[in-house]
Design a protein around this ligand. Structure first.
Ligand SMILES: [Fe+2]
Length: 154
């Protein structure tokens, strides 16, 4: 089942929301690829399937790391007091993601499904709980997210 963007996922920080949408697009692309896995027992010899999975796993990891970097700079810019704990959550996720990626690159394509399940549940929880925790701070600190939030509040 795909992840869908909705307003509950909005941080009100345009750059971060755009990247979250980008992540959703990549997660859904991987979901589609995993779902389209050929039924027959020889699918692991399917070069197109392998190339697609590897490409998407690498893209997703690249984009996730890029996004964390952006978000961490933003949190520092608003002097968010929960920065260290938040960053630690990114780091733990990144380590697990890398482990999955290594397994996939080494030829364990079934790990792509585990990776997908892990990323899907982590992403929604992380955005709704951990990312949302900096939202009130962003709107009062004069950080780059403040203007947008004030406009939304009317
Ligand atoms: Fe985050």
């Amino acid at each position: 089942m795909k992840i869908e963007w909705n307003e509950n996922l909005s941080t009100g920080v345009p750059k971060i929301d755009a990247q979250h949408k980008g992540l959703i697009t990549l997660i859904n692309a991987l979901e589609e690829a995993v779902e389209s896995r050929p039924e027959d027992a020889h699918h692991l010899h399917d070069k197109t399937y392998k190339a697609t999975i590897i490409g998407l796993v690498m893209k997703l990891r690249d984009y996730a790391f890029y996004h964390f970097y952006t978000e961490e700079i933003f949190m520092r810019s608003i002097r968010y007091p929960g920065y260290i704990r938040h960053r630690r959550e990114h780091d733990i996720f990144s380590l697990r993601l890398l482990k999955y990626e290594i397994n996939v690159l080494e030829g364990d394509y079934m790990q792509a499904e585990d990776l997908l399940g892990f990323v899907m549940s982590w992403f929604s929880n992380h955005v709704r709980i951990t990312d949302m925790a900096y939202v009130p701070h962003a709107s009062t600190s004069g950080g780059e997210g403040s203007a947008q939030k004030e406009t939304e509040a009317g």
